[in-house]
Design a protein around this ligand. Structure first.
Ligand code: NAG
Ligand code: NAG
Ligand code: NAG
Ligand code: NAG
Length: 213
């Protein structure tokens, strides 16, 4: 995994193919699996997500029953358009509502991202053994984090790397299906309704990405 990441980083740094005609694409609706790893070798979270790319809603629930030790347990429902998100505790039927200072997330390529190159992971010539991806780079304005996101030709995000201060976090997007399998996951649980908005401490930038940094 580490070697793969370093290869990815060095490819990003050495690739110089710049083309103006590439415009960032929009991700489709998705259901998938996401794993989040920081480059200290810590598996931060492992879980399933549901993403509505039109209404800009994201649910992520970490899944601890997969045999790995993860350092975070999360169940979050993000409403990017409204600029709020909920941290949900289903067992306890409790909820915290917070404001989002940045809508940036690893499943969407920002409209101001710069196209870096098109590369093939695996084999270029052997049928079914290669994955062609576009690589994008940029900076999140609110956090100054640098990112590199790769996506398939059909705009499915494959992986996203974020560099902030001395922290590097890798989001891997796996087992993607381009549909919302359970729309209920994107509706607010009744026990969250009417929850007051928590105050954001001075200097804090809440974003999906920052939950893992
Ligand atoms: C994505 O899902 C939402 C909610 O189910 C739906 O309204 C929208 O049309 C879907 N978008 C696409 C591109 O399928
Ligand atoms: C968690 O992972 C296990 C094993 O892969 C799976 O059976 C289960 O459905 C997952 N739970 C959720 C909430 O995704
Ligand atoms: C998970 O953590 C526990 C307690 O810290 C440890 O005993 C166990 O070996 C760890 N399991 C794995 C797979 O790393
Ligand atoms: C359940 O929620 C209460 C109130 O928010 C909290 O104090 C408590 O720690 C929670 N319990 C668990 C097991 O998370």
């Amino acid at each position: 995994m580490y070697a793969a990441v370093m290869l990815f980083v060095s490819m990003c740094l050495t690739a110089t193919t710049l083309a103006d005609h590439h415009q960032p694409c929009h991700s489709p609706n998705m259901t998938g699996h996401m794993s989040v790893l920081n480059l200290k070798g810590e598996l931060k979270a492992n879980g399933v997500y549901t993403y509505d790319s039109l209404a800009k809603k994201l649910r992520f629930r970490s899944n601890e029953t997969e045999g790995y030790n993860t350092s975070l347990t999360l169940d979050v429902l993000m409403f990017f358009e409204e600029g709020v998100f909920y941290e949900i505790d289903s067992k306890n039927q409790s909820c915290e509502k917070k404001s989002l200072q940045s809508v940036h997330n690893p499943l969407e390529i920002p409209s101001d991202a710069k196209f870096l190159s098109t590369i093939t992971i695996g084999s270029v010539s052997i049928e079914g053994e290669g994955l062609k991806v576009n690589v994008w780079m940029g900076t999140v304005p609110e956090t100054k984090a640098h990112y590199s996101i790769s996506s398939t030709m059909g705009c499915l995000p494959v992986s996203a790397l974020f560099f902030l201060d001395s922290t590097t976090v890798l989001f891997s997007n796996l087992q993607v299906e381009t549909e919302i399998k359970d729309p209920d996951l994107l509706t607010l649980p009744s026990f969250c309704e009417g929850e007051p908005l928590e105050e954001t401490p001075e200097g804090t930038v809440n974003s999906f990405t920052n939950l893992f940094i």
